[in-house]
Design a protein around this ligand. Structure first.
Ligand code: GLU
Ligand code: MG
Length: 433
């Protein structure tokens, strides 16, 4: 039997796709990759192919990266995959390679703020099987029921080279939350992709099926992806915190946060990119419905997180802000790229730090909201996509053909679910994510 390694990309649909090659060819494949097709980028999460400017033309290479290599041993079986970069035949980064898109956002952060990013993704997922237990939000019983799965998952995360932080039985039915430690730059997004894949594989190995779908039915709790971010100066010292700054934010963090909130309605189509994402982004779900900064408030798009450290040096390292308007229908690289670009725009335009909210914004009238600079975030994917396409500042952050291709991709997805009611849409997405 030949050992196979799956070379993979996480694409515009947030799906992990690729091709496998015999492990014995690894040295060659690290140089020459596997062949890849431009139109693959238009395969949506329902296996329909959206309008593609490439048609049947063109060739690309998907080059596996040894720094994002996973070998997951399941006793009777081993899964091996490596995330990779899509490049042209000449070796240049391809305009739709999500890792390349994130790299260019990270370069902008370095150029505009002199900053390096540290990020940690917090994921919620649900097991599709039924549990006889009820009342197990945060419960020990609910956790013990899946202790084996949780322990296996944390072990696989560690074996893949990441830092398992915590795992718990979340509030929702069969819902769990898993957190891994921060990683620098693009590795944080690689970690998020790897975590999702490992969760699905570990669940399968335990006779379960895991879903990261944004919401399983219109009345249920959502499965969020929360992206924690902090910054480092070039010498590695922390740059996020200033004890005298608003809510403890440094000037750069405040400007970054202001940029994220200013452009939030236009980047949502990239961070919460499914038709059902907007069932989750509604008030009182502890997700995000407005473009507000919360100070220790979980009902905010962006949150200043509490720190538990006591001494000033540790506080400065632990201090972070959390983007909560993302879900796992989004490719982590693309979501992070969009958030970073928005933050960079805030830094470059020297925006003033946002004033935090500590109240229920859904109680304000539209006039009051407007007067205070808040917008209700888009309530449908169609609307989010329009805001993205209409905001030339935002589309300008990406290579020239990106926005049009992304629009066509998402429109094909919208067309697929157009005739479905909300329940059927949830079921369709649950099948894919
Ligand atoms: N489930 C919520 C969401 O959709 C998050 C709950 C929490 O604060 O962990 O984002
Ligand atoms: Mg949670």
């Amino acid at each position: 039997m030949s050992d196979l390694i799956f070379a993979a990309t996480c694409d515009l649909a947030g799906k992990v796709r690729g091709k496998a090659f015999p492990a014995a060819q690894l040295d060659k494949r690290l140089q020459r990759g596997v062949g890849w097709t431009p139109t693959n980028v238009q395969i949506n999460c329902f296996d329909c192919i959206a309008d593609s400017p490439f048609g049947a033309l063109g060739d690309l290479l998907l080059i596996p990266d040894q720094a994002a290599s996973v070998t997951a041993d399941f006793g009777t079986r081993t899964e091996r995959f490596m995330l990779g970069d899509i490049v042209t035949l000449e070796g240049a980064p391809w305009e739709f390679c999500t890792r390349a898109l994130l790299n260019s956002a990270l370069s902008r952060l370095e150029a505009s703020g002199g900053l390096q990013l540290l990020a940690a993704f917090e994921h919620e997922f649900q097991l599709k099987g039924t549990s006889a237990l009820i009342g197990e939000g945060y419960g020990r019983g609910g956790f013990e029921e899946q202790r084996g799965l949780c322990e296996a998952l944390m072990a696989q995360i560690e074996a893949a080279g990441f830092f398992p932080d915590s795992i718990m039985k979340e509030y929702g039915a069969n819902q769990f939350e898993v957190v891994i430690g921060p990683e620098k730059g693009g590795r944080a997004a690689d970690a998020a992709v790897i975590l999702r894949e490992l969760t699905r594989s570990v669940a399968r190995a335990h006779g379960e099926a895991a879903t990261f779908t944004p919401i399983r039915n219109p009345d249920s709790v959502g499965n969020g992806v929360h992206i924690h971010m902090s910054f480092l100066h070039p010498d590695g010292s922390p740059a996020t915190h200033d004890p005298d700054g608003p809510c403890g934010m440094s000037k750069l963090t405040g400007a970054f946060a202001a940029g994220v909130l200013k452009y939030l309605d236009a980047i949502l189509a990239l961070t919460a990119p499914s038709a059902v994402s907007y069932l989750r982004l509604t008030p009182h779900r502890w997700s995000a419905a407005f473009n507000n900064l919360g100070f220790r408030d979980r009902e905010a798009a962006l949150r200043v997180c509490p720190v538990t450290s006591k001494d000033p040096a540790s506080i400065a390292r632990q201090f972070n802000i959390e983007y909560r308007a993302a879900d796992a229908a989004a490719c982590p690289h693309l979501a992070l790229a969009a958030v970073i670009h928005a933050g960079c725009q805030g830094i470059e335009d020297a925006l003033a730090a946002p004033v935090p909210t500590q109240e229920d914004l859904s109680l304000l009238t539209p006039d009051d909201l407007r007067a205070r600079g808040f917008v209700r975030l888009p309530e449908t994917l169609e609307n989010a996509l329009d805001r993205f396409m209409q905001n030339k500042t935002v589309t300008g952050w990406f290579p020239e053909p990106f926005a049009e291709v992304y629009r066509a991709h998402k429109e094909s997805e919208i067309a697929y679910v157009a005739e479905m009611d909300a329940t059927a849409r949830c079921a369709a997405y649950e099948g894919s994510y």
